[in-house]
Design a protein around this ligand. Sequence first.
Ligand SMILES: [Zn+2]
Length: 328
Amino acid sequence: MPEPSTKAEYVVGVDLGGTKILAGLFDGWLECIGTAKVSTKSQRGVESVVERIDRCVRDAVDEADLTMKQVAGVGIGAPGAVDFEAGNVIFAPNLDGWKDVPLKKELEKHLGLPVFVENDANIAVLGVHVAELKSKPRNVVGIFVGTGIGGGLIVNGELYSGFNHTAGEIGHMVIDVNGPKCGCGNKGCFEAVASRTAIFQRIKAGIKDGEKTLLTEMLGDGLEDLRSGDLRKAIRRGDKFIGKVVEQTAEYIGIGVANLVNILGPEVVVLGGGVMEALADEMTSVIIKTAKDHAMPGTIKGVEIIASKLGDNAGITGAAVLARRETK
Ligand SMILES: [Zn+2]
């Protein structure tokens, strides 16, 4: 745990996602003492999303029975390329119309507080690093598996964002050149074979080919409300097909880990995101074994590969860490 702040001040961490906005109020010991959640509704436009973030921050502060005057600053993780210095979101593919949005400036106008903006996966790995990794490793790779796959890199103890502020886009490293099409236009990207979206597509294709699964019994033939937790339930009830799909996905993630270990030589690889949160018990050992099978001899010796326990809170925790660091 970090040293408590002597100024007894609070900060708010915000996780801006494509479907929901999550805000958490954190005290000087980095304990979350109030949270709030609103839907993003990015189709209503940039200004509307900024207003919704504003409301979400105020709700989290109110939830903890505090006032805005007691808050030193707000950190926010945005889903896309972010220029941290300027506080601009350069491009966010999952937010309608978000191109060169001066989020820091706009939000500061609304909240009357200093605001700091970073990429969401960068911020999540920062949260895990500060709140969860006791050994304080100098080099960490964070892999967040959800609707897509995001990555965050800590190199020599610092967040690494690269030349165009886009480093860590590990979801788009190509794992299988003949693989399925990715949202970015390429084929066989990491997230096109190992994200929740990819898992669901493989399940639907399998059912079409006559595979039997308990999921159709649980959710109906369309599988409209399928969530990661349903996969875990099906596997625990002995669903062989879903077990196979999830195992194959874990193998793809293991190959991704091997590539990243070869390139970056981290001490720790942290796995997070909704899919890992639901399926860590089923996937982690397969990921480790596959990574060891595919990494260059010697590169992976002693490297820790672990599932984060912060779950959905990694984003708001990291955003709070950022706000505290910048307002000290
Ligand atoms: Zn891609």
